[in-house]
Write a protein that binds this ligand. Structure first.
Ligand code: TYM
Length: 322
């Protein structure tokens, strides 16, 4: 008998269309690792609710993201693809984690600190965000969590929370939660946006993965370059995602100062890359019922596992009385 596969879990927030930072930094890894691991991929709609409070938009982005995942090659026969809200045990577990976590500990979260530094009025969900994510990961017994660099701290929080729960409620020989490891690929850990800062929806500097050709062209031509004559770093950094670096080194050396031409080439390479994925997405989008069925099946599978885990958790904390 072959040994059981290790478990992979990751998630993406449906707050808009995914961008090429999400794709290269994380989503592509889910596809590449789907044979090696028993994989769980969730569209984290309750996380999105911390910032997106429009029912139609949330439902729409969630559905569209499932299409995106299928179009990039996630195989529902191999991967459990589901939406977070179909596993309500996750919010139950997050509450339990709330009760063993201190406020100063959560105040260390980068995302929270950034929001405070920007003078934003932070809702409780945003503050508590890392514990909901810890629940996503730990409830499925994930061994590995492929993410971009910006989520590293959150995976560390999940590890700390697992350790703390095991310490407080469980005896050492049978810890309830595994300690998950992030998988962060060095070359793509922080994909820059068109302004050279980290690509992020909230910075307005993204190239959506399934952008139209016209959008790709417009956004690519808008990549910020310095006024000097040389190699346009921001263009090169994005181009590296689509063409081998050695090839680009030669190309960029032969086109020193020709920013416009290099941007045109990048736009063409992005367009060619996305074209076949777009065809697949288009075909999938014709059968909404089939897509929803995949989501439903995935949700049931993920929920069944979560329910098993919660039985143990409830016993450990003392809320199961028989
Ligand atoms: P989210 O939706 O912000 O991003 C999804 C994934 O994309 C990665 N990413 C990037 N990688 C490289 N360069 C970039 N510019 C870039 N921008 C985004 C993110 O690191 C992430 O891997 N909290 C998570 C969602 C989540 C989750 C989970 C992830 C909820 N529960 C459980 C893993 C496991 C988030 O907001 O990702």
């Amino acid at each position: 008998m072959s040994p059981a596969k290790k478990i992979l879990l990751s998630g993406v927030k449906p707050t808009g269309r995914p961008h090429i930072g999400n794709y290269f930094g994380a989503m592509r890894q889910f596809v590449e690792l789907q044979d090696k691991y028993e994989a769980y991929v969730c569209v984290v709609d309750y996380h999105a609710l911390t910032t997106l409070q429009d029912a139609k938009e949330l439902a729409n982005f969630t559905y569209e993201m499932v299409l995106d995942f299928l179009a990039i090659g996630l195989d529902p026969a191999k991967v459990t693809l589901f939406k977070q809200s179909d596993v309500p045990e996750v919010t139950e577990l997050a509450w339990i984690f709330n009760c063993i976590t201190t406020v100063p500990y959560l105040e260390r979260a980068h995302a929270y600190k950034d929001a405070v530094a920007k003078g934003r009025e932070v809702n409780v969900g945003t503050f508590d965000y890392p514990l909901l994510m810890a629940a996503d990961i730990l409830i499925q017994d994930a061994d590995v969590v492929p993410v971009g660099q910006d989520q590293k701290q959150h995976v560390e929080f999940a590890r700390d929370t697992a350790e703390k729960f095991n310490r407080v409620f469980a005896s050492v020989p049978s810890p309830v939660f595994k300690l998950p490891e992030p998988i962060i690929l060095d070359a793509v850990k922080t994909i820059p946006g068109i302004d050279g800062e980290k690509m992020s929806k909230s910075y307005g500097n993204v190239i959506p993965l399934f952008a139209t050709d016209a959008e790709i062209r417009r956004l690519t031509m808008g990549i910020v370059t310095d006024s000097g004559v040389g190699i346009p770093k921001n263009v090169f950094e994005l181009h590296k995602l689509f063409k081998p670096e050695e090839e680009l080194n030669k190309l960029y050396q032969s086109k020193v100062g020709k920013y416009q031409e290099l941007k045109e080439m990048l736009a063409k390479d992005i367009t060619e890359f996305i074209a076949p994925l777009r065809v697949r997405r288009e075909a999938l989008s014709k059968d909404r019922a089939a897509v929803l069925e995949i989501l439903k099946t995935g949700g049931e599978r993920a929920r069944a596992r979560a329910a098993e885990k919660m039985k143990i958790v409830r016993e450990k904390i003392g809320v199961s009385i028989n």
